[in-house]
Design a protein around this ligand. Sequence first.
Ligand code: UFG
Length: 343
Amino acid sequence: MFDKPLILVAGGAGYIGSHVTVELVEAGYEVLIGDNFSNCDRTCYEGVKQILGREVPLVEIDFCDRTATDNLFATYPIAAVIHFAAFKAVGESVTEPLKYYRNNLLSLLNVVESAERHGCRNILFSSSATVYGEAEVQPVTEQSPRLPATSAYGQTKQMSEDILRDVVASKGLVRGIALRYFNPIGAHPSALIGELPRGVPNNLVPYITQTAVGKRQMLSIFGGDYPTPDGTCLRDFIDVVDLARAHVAAVTRMVEDKMEQPYEIFNVGTGKPVSVMQLVEAFERVNGLKLNYKIVDRRPGDIVAIWADTSLAEQKLGWKATRTLDETLASAWAWECHLAEQK
Ligand code: UFG
């Protein structure tokens, strides 16, 4: 039924999952998307279809449903699974921790268990730089200590990494890669898929684009008195298409049997710190507009600075970020404009 290796993208209708689906198909893989649209609508799924000029097979499934997940792995010859099906709002996870523990952990347990049972050897997990917390030494390497998480969301990322590591070590039936994302931003160059937060955005770039398009009145820059060059926080903003290509490289390493350890971890960032203020100014310059913004109090829980050492991904995955911050910010704005035209 499938000529090429079949990759299950669990949560493939979401922001990162949809970009990964496009890159996988363009790299010659077959993709099966599993999603229950609980945290996204069909916009990106439709966008993927338009970009690729064909439909990507979709199974509507809740990965918290153990039987349904098992049936899926029993039905399809899945060569690798990429697991994105998780909630990701840090603040919400503090007020609704059970929702996060239930959804993010149960879905992972079901995916890993079914993969193991049905002979799918390769599991790629979407982890986060949040596992490093407020690291003392920058840039962080994969060997940097994981600090105690400050949110249930962060806890689920650490626990999920550990679950995968332990299962891989137990029977040798599966192997795993965890990709630790820094701050994914931007959209596909076609402007047909991108980030589509529900309600008021928590993250910086969607808040910027929604302010620029007039959906929000003003951007609050949280904190101007941090011990950084311009007083605002430093982050490693990674373009979502670059990020998606890191997944293709990691999947290829797995299915082509090139892993050196059965469980591997890679940072996925640019390696370059950019301040919140620099990002805002770059957005204004690149897109030729003025943003209404104000520096306000610090946001509780924010870390001052984090950026990636990306040398391991460069060496082992042959992957490196290629899109410039300007290109990325132009793509974020094109996507917001595309959404505005749809209304
Ligand atoms: N920021 C603002 N105004 C906003 C939104 C954000 O000034 O309206 C600032 C934040 O204070 C922070 C920076 O922009 O300094 C980035 O904030 P984001 O919310 O976009 O991203 P975070 O770095 O807080 O969190 C992101 C992901 C998490 C992940 C974490 C890992 O959203 O999923 O990186 O470090 F866990």
